[in-house]
Ligand binder design. Structure first.
Ligand code: FES
Ligand SMILES: [Fe+2]
Length: 389
């Protein structure tokens, strides 16, 4: 019999992705803390994936920029003075100084390096370098900052560090339509608020928690409150190749939500909705709130993640119930899930645990964990490639 001491190191993974989902054992626990596996995720998954930089309204004015960090990389996404959005590496081409430290800002049309004042246009091209006229064979265009690929989907701008990555349209066919069905005003949104929280848990622990409904009625009090706002019978979790959704109608009988009384007619389209685009981009809304939430699980290292909560609306004013919902997400539901994620991360190190079972039923019901399994298969195949059948 296998000894407990060696369990974590020995579970064979060959063919893990060929298990029948209904009988499948979960990803071995080392996938959630092993440094080598994490480096493989970094190189094979994140460095080749599309990441949300922001909504296009965050680049409405010439000179407006957003800085996006991914591991040791830093990218500037900005609108130039000609009105086009570009992305470029956040690094001076003289001696490598990082250019912009702030997450967001607006320049007068130029990024100036704080070291020797090389100046760049908002598309990364070099405008001026002090004393360069005295230099032999100095060609400014040789020192334009390398560009980063960007694309737009549903009004949001994404960047990708891999020039060979398939496009958003190839990777996520139908996702744009699905988002517009739930958020018809997606193109007109603006950012209301952004909150960053660093959580001592692997990024997948956080993702797993966010893509199953099994824990809704079975964990903490905020989850039970949320379950009361949802028509749980209509809750459906659907997987596609590289994206997934879950959606449920709102419980139109509800009288209060997030501590606020619900007044007036209920919109029959009210729903609980969540869409995930591989690997870590999530958009959602809660019943009776009219904001679009973004939820990005940005890995920092194998056991720490930056959770970035964004709130967007197309309305001029934020309704009271939406404000209450954002606060409830930041102060109640979010922390309740984060506490579970931290606790799971600790448990995964136990010598007494390696693999559990996905609770997947034949009907792929509202409490089935089939999206977690699907997501883990994408991770596994991202790291190792597809197992030969
Ligand atoms: S490092 Fe930027 S100008 Fe010298
Ligand atoms: Fe949760």
């Amino acid at each position: 019999m296998q000894s407990v001491e060696t369990l974590n190191q020995q579970t064979p993974v060959d063919g893990w992705d060929r298990q029948d989902p209904e009988e499948a054992f979960t990803l071995p626990s080392r996938y959630f803390f092993d440094e080598t596996l994490f480096k493989a995720e970094r190189d094979n998954i994140f460095m080749r994936a599309w990441h949300v930089a922001g909504h296009k309204s965050e680049f409405a004015e010439p000179g407006q920029y957003v800085v996006c960090d991914l591991f040791d990389q830093s990218i500037v996404v900005a609108k130039n003075m000609q009105g086009q959005i570009h992305a470029f590496h956040n690094v001076c081409q003289h001696r490598g100084n990082r250019l912009l430290e702030q997450r967001r800002g607006t320049t007068g049309g130029v990024v100036r390096c704080a070291y020797h004042s090389w100046c760049y246009e908002m598309d990364g091209s070099l405008r001026s370098a002090p004393r360069c006229e005295r230099m032999k064979n100095f060609e400014p265009q040789q020192f334009n900052i390398p560009k980063v690929r960007i694309e737009e989907l549903g009004g949001f701008i994404y960047f990708n560090l891999d020039p060979r990555a398939p496009s958003l349209a190839e990777l996520f066919p139908g996702a744009d339509e699905e988002m517009h069905r739930v958020f018809p005003d997606m193109g007109k949104m603006r950012l209301i608020e952004e909150q960053d929280v660093i959580v001592p848990a692997n990024w997948k622990v956080i993702m797993d928690n966010s893509i199953e409904g099994y824990h809704f009625k079975l964990s903490g009090p905020c989850h039970i409150d949320l379950a009361k706002l949802i028509d749980f019978k209509g809750y459906q979790l659907t997987k596609r190749d590289n994206w997934w959704t879950y959606i449920a109608p709102a419980n139109l009988e509800a009288e209060t939500a997030y501590g606020v009384g619900l007044k007036g007619e209920r919109n029959p389209q009210e729903c609980f909705f969540n869409i995930g685009l591989w690997p870590n981009n999530t958009f959602y809304t809660f019943p009776f709130s009219e904001f679009l939430g973004t939820f990005m699980m940005i890995p920092l290292d194998a056991e720490r993640s930056l959770l970035r909560f964004g709130y967007y609306t197309a309305n001029d004013q934020t309704a009271e119930v939406s404000k209450a919902c954002m606060q409830w997400m930041n102060e109640d539901l979010g922390p309740e899930d984060i506490a579970l994620n931290i606790s799971v991360q600790k448990g995964l190190h136990s010598l007494g645990y390696d693999q559990g079972r996905y609770m997947i039923d034949a009907q792929r019901s509202n409490e089935s964990e089939h999206l977690v399994h699907h997501f883990h298969r994408l991770v596994f195949q991202g790291i190792h490639g597809q197992s030969a059948s």
